[in-house]
Design a protein around this ligand. Structure first.
Ligand SMILES: C[S@@+](CC[C@H](N)C(=O)[O-])C[C@H]1O[C@@H](n2cnc3c(N)ncnc32)[C@H](O)[C@@H]1O
Length: 285
């Protein structure tokens, strides 16, 4: 199918109609809006007030390209090159996990408890979304952010520079490298927590496009990263310092029990907006 003509309204309707069979009406409409906005700078209001305005030939070609990418299951955020996270425009590319709304909820919990002049470590920073949202809200915080993947770290650094937020990004493997020689008042992490065997029940577009190092544990232990990070937190947090985790809803209770067993206090699990147990906070004695 082709757009009826090159007008803004026709291209929007074309994109939507092409995407509906794969994504359903609501999702297709939302994607079509986002493509129009990010790729062609056409707002929702423009769709009404400038409906007959023409797009250029190259913009029409771009709309075909994005249609094909979306029909192949490529995530919209990778196609457009960015996503919004905690009111920040975060650059994303296939080497980095696309920040998720539930992670914003973890950041909101963290920020509701954070004071001035915190020393923070974000472990497994990916795009840098958590660290950058913290720095934006708490400019007095010293924020360190680490990841074992070079590609992710480069994107995180670009995001820091682009947003003019002074976060220290370092290449660091939490499972094998020695931790930094410093103490922290808060440690936060959304680590890999999916078992390889769970990949069968995952959406194909996530499996095909998002980095497996961001998704999967390297052993058959869903607590692999949580155990290691809690051990490090026990060493590096100041007394009264806090540890924040995003969890897999099915393993959250196990993470809770393990953190308690490892000596942390005031351990609390919270549910996300969808009612799933997904966040944990604990205090070092
Ligand atoms: C679930 S993603 C979270 C990314 C980002 N913090 C977010 O919330 O969108 C987990 C991140 O941990 C990183 N990672 C995987 N193994 C790691 C390791 N051994 N040490 C440090 N980071 C690791 C991945 O590269 C990925 O960026």
């Amino acid at each position: 199918m082709n757009p009826a003509n090159n007008s803004i309204a026709a291209v929007f309707e074309f994109l939507k109609a092409e995407l509906i069979p794969v994504y359903g009406e609501r999702e297709a409409q939302s994607m079509a809006y986002q493509v129009m906005h990010s790729a062609f700078n056409v707002s929702r209001l423009d769709l009404i007030t400038k409906a007959d305005q023409k797009l250029s030939e190259s913009q029409i070609v771009t709309s075909f390209k994005h249609r094909d990418q979306l029909l192949r299951g490529e995530p919209l955020q990778y196609i457009l090159g960015s996503t919004m996270f905690y009111d920040l425009e975060i650059k994303v590319a296939p080497g980095v996990l696309i920040p998720r709304p539930e992670t914003e909820e973890l950041v909101a919990w963290f920020l509701s408890e954070a004071q001035e002049n915190e020393d923070v470590w974000d472990i497994g920073t990916g795009s840098g979304c958590i660290a950058l949202a913290i720095k934006k809200d708490k400019p007095s915080a010293n924020v360190l952010a680490s990841d074992s993947q070079n590609e992710a770290l480069q994107i995180a650094k670009d995001n820091g520079q682009g947003l003019k937020l002074d976060v220290e990004f370092i290449l660091h493997d939490i499972l094998t490298d020695l931790p930094p020689k410093k103490s922290f008042t808060r440690i936060i992490s959304n680590p890999p927590y999916i078992l390889q065997e769970e990949s069968k029940s995952m959406p194909q577009n996530v499996l095909d496009h998002e980095p497996h190092a961001a998704l999967f544990t390297t052993t058959n232990d869903p607590l692999q990263f949580y155990r290691k990070i809690t051990e490090v937190a026990n060493d590096l947090l100041v007394s009264g310092g806090k540890l924040y985790f995003e969890c897999h809803e099915e393993h959250a209770l196990k993470v809770y029990e393990m953190v308690v067993e490892m000596g942390m206090k005031e351990v609390e699990l919270r549910t996300d907006m969808q009612g799933k147990q997904r966040m944990l906070r604990a205090s070092k004695v």
